[in-house]
Design a protein around this ligand. Structure first.
Ligand code: BGC
Length: 359
């Protein structure tokens, strides 16, 4: 072979090696944009992703928001001008990021939508979340069991609903998951929503605000005459989409409905916040769905490392979620419920919280 051809092959080999190395040998920059500074959701997710990715030699910048889309857009703009190669975003408002993500797309940044789906942007490459339909199903199945709805005969049971913010794409999935389970009982009259506020439109809560949930529950207690006394109407369950809403509802049931732990309606939630776990132990909240931040954050750090190493990014659903432009390759993690019977095993023994924190 001619010397210059050998030289060419040699240079091509070196270039290919350098290209592979530029992906996996040099640190990539990962920007994480969180919607709020709350723990356990989403502050802990950020911490876990950061430590996992840093342990793998990557550089990570975390920007935490203040629950407004404006601040989040500014944060994402900064991450883009900091030359991030990856963006992991938990959107405040799933439909407000189209413009800023066009800039990410121009710079070839890989965007991963985390926990909540970003809508109407073809810049989003992957979605990773806990299965939100499943979360809704778990809450509803728990109530079906506790209210003995599968047994025929007996008095009907009474329920009210508190849903999350409608701009959060998870809320519709939570609603549909729960309704798939409860609808037959509502149709048969075994389960009754006395206020008739039993649609997403009539039960949603702006910004998932606890105080707004407390205000609406107080109003329902007054207008429906709910209470534990003989002269009051029964309320057996309140399906709340998360722990924040459950806190507002519990506060109203305690202060204005005069319910006590002996006669509390079954209140659901999700996130396993410390205060809610304490209420579960005391019998004022029935259950919370546990979306272990360590599981999801670890899974996303893993997806990023697969991409950096030039491996296939493993997802387990390609047809569950559409962002309005196309189906998004999604990694769905499985949630579990926590109640007073399994809190020790799921929360304490798994090391999520120390027993002393839940006293
Ligand atoms: C998350 C929940 C959280 C809620 C309010 C949802 O998108 O999935 O875990 O409780 O937002 O922050």
């Amino acid at each position: 072979m001619h010397l210059s051809s050998l030289k060419k092959i040699f240079i091509m080999g070196i270039t290919a090696a350098l290209m592979t190395c530029s992906l996996s040998c040099f640190a990539q920059k990962i920007g994480i944009s969180l919607p709020n500074p709350d723990r356990p959701r989403f502050n802990l997710d950020g911490e876990v992703m950061k430590s996992e990715l840093e342990a793998d030699g990557q550089e990570v910048i975390v920007k935490c928001g203040d629950r407004t889309a404006e601040t989040q857009i500014k944060n994402i703009e900064e991450l883009i001008s900091n030359d991030c190669d990856y963006l992991v975003i938990v959107p405040v408002d799933g439909s407000a990021l189209g413009d800023v993500l066009n800039k990410a797309k121009e710079k070839n940044i890989t965007v991963i939508s985390y926990d909540r789906l970003i809508m109407n942007s073809d810049a989003v490459k992957y979605y990773a979340t806990f299965d939100n339909y499943k979360v809704g199903e778990i809450m509803a199945e728990y109530l079906v069991k506790k209210l003995n709805l599968t047994q025929s005969g007996g008095d009907p049971k009474y329920i009210e609903f508190f849903s999350g913010d409608k701009s959060d794409n998870n809320v519709e999935a939570l609603w549909e998951g729960a309704m798939k389970v409860l609808k037959p009982y509502l149709e048969q009259g075994r389960l009754i929503c006395r206020s008739s506020e039993s649609t997403l439109d009539t039960t949603h809560t702006l910004n998932w605000e606890k105080d707004e949930a407390s205000r609406r529950m107080t109003q329902l207690i007054d207008s429906m005459n709910y209470g534990p006394g003989e002269d009051k109407n029964r309320l057996d369950a309140v399906l709340c989409h998360n722990d924040g809403l459950a806190l507002g509802v519990i506060e109203a049931l305690y202060k204005n409905g005069e319910y006590r732990k002996e006669n509390f309606p079954f209140v659901t939630g999700q996130d396993c916040q410390v205060i809610n776990l304490k209420y579960i132990k005391r019998g004022m909240q029935a259950m919370s769905v546990f979306k272990d931040a360590r599981v999801l954050a670890y899974a996303v750090a893993n997806m990023i490392m697969q991409k950096i190493n030039g491996e296939e990014v493993v997802v387990n659903s390609t047809d569950t979620y559409t962002d309005g432009t196309s189906n998004i390759p999604t990694l769905l993690c499985s949630p579990k419920f926590v109640d007073k019977d399994n809190i020790q095993e799921i929360i304490i023994e798994s090391g999520f919280y120390d027993a002393s924190e839940l006293k």
